[in-house]
Design a protein around this ligand. Sequence first.
Ligand code: FAD
Ligand code: 2HG
Ligand code: ZN
Length: 478
Amino acid sequence: RHGSRMFPQLKRGSFNRITDEDVNRFTGIVGETGIKTEELDHYNTDWLNTVSGFTELVISPKSVEEVAAVLRHCNERRLAVVPQGGNTGLVGGSNPVFDEIVLSLERLNNISHIDPYAGIVECEAGVILQNLSDKVGEHGYTVPLDLGARGSCFIGGNLATHAGGLRVVRYGQLRGSVLGMRVVLPDGQILDGRSNMRKDNTGYDIKQLFIGSEGTLGVITDVSLLLPQSPVSVNMALLGCDSFDDVIKCYRLSRQCLGEIVSACEFMDSLCMTSVNDILGLASPLENSHKFYYLVETSGMNMDHDMEKLETCIEKVFESGCATDGVMAASKDQARHMMSLRENIAPALKAVGFNYKYDVSLPIQHMYSLVEQIRNKIRLTEGAFSVGYGHLGDNNLHLNVITPHYSAQALSLIEPFVYEEVSRLKGSISAEHGMGLKKANYLRYSKDPSMIAMMRSLKDVFDPNGIMNPYKLLPWND
Ligand code: FAD
Ligand code: 2HG
Ligand code: ZN
């Protein structure tokens, strides 16, 4: 049996099953407090409640040596393992499919050192992103990554998925801020790539392979991150637009007017806004409803300077006619509220029904037409609707379809069409959430066969027995 209705054809790999002897051995390594054999629903099921497995064992090591000893035993015994962080992943990557052991990073949560001069933090993989952010904030720094799941996701999970989020337009992708990492391979080898140097051109940058590897090559245990200075002034504006073309024009103008202080460029359609309004009771600061909304945030060091720039920007936007309505946050609380409207789209949609999520990169001018095509395809499916939102500044569309309950028929209307279309437009079928279980078989839509073959070769080098997060990221149906 397995817990994914979406993939009835998936078969369990030829891994051994856990015995009492194995459990005793693991208990010897991590102690009684590091072992769980009961009440494992939280570990077995994903945040979206769309996939769930049947693990009977969760192991939570407290040190890198314990991770190494656990993995060595799993490898010798051919026991499959799923590394798990905060379990907020959206592609079914962090949960077992069958009876894989869950190796949770939850107890590896030490922030070991903050260098206030260089702006570097060293920490373990199990630190919750919000806690990391609060801690470095005490020293005047911020983490170069922020996302709605900050209260639950772990920095190790962020690295393993190569999470994007709200601030990529400002700080770039996470991999650019990673100075060093320590990783444990399935045979128990510790790859110690810890470093605090910004520049290091001594050959292959092995840590980069583990960023975005989704637990399929090894377990990330430690990281050093370069930190940007915390902004002193944060401002926000929410604009209402009549068309997606107008949203793009607003975006273009805002980049031109605001330059280096831009820190988020997000968009959402009207159904997203009504969903957060109606389901979560979060009110829009705009009186009227609009077909589209564009949210722009600035972060800088001088409130007067930043406000002046944003005001001039809004004036230009209205002069050009690309927005018909708009409001600037008058306080930090208002700014937070505006961003919460955007961040809460995923929680609001989750409350309505079954969510089919597509997280794609597309040329900006094609981003919304995909939503319209899908809307047309599902128009006869009872109770179904689709929305579009996302990180406009990264050309990252979040296309979500919602049906009252899981429907294989609805799924067949969307897939593989959605992947074919993204491939045709030379986009990416995963901009930031990763491949996990749900997207693994579609890898070919974004990667050439030569690249997939090389990915398999690398997998064989690091994990020759294939025990690390099986059925994830790489296609399992060929
Ligand atoms: P998990 O979900 O536990 O694991 C994710 C994957 O990483 C799994 O394959 C797991 O096996 C692997 N893994 C975890 N830890 C390790 C480790 N230490 N070593 C090796 N492998 C590991 N994502 C974005 O990119 N941008 C967003 O804006 C965004 N917003 C979100 C908002 C909400 C409300 C939610 C629920 C999710 C959001 N996500 C977003 C998705 C998710 O939060 C991210 O993918 C996050 O980085 C996952 O971190 P996690 O600790 O929860 O990892
Ligand atoms: C976001 O940007 C997240 O809000 C979630 O990446 C997107 O749920 C989604 O589709
Ligand atoms: Zn996102």
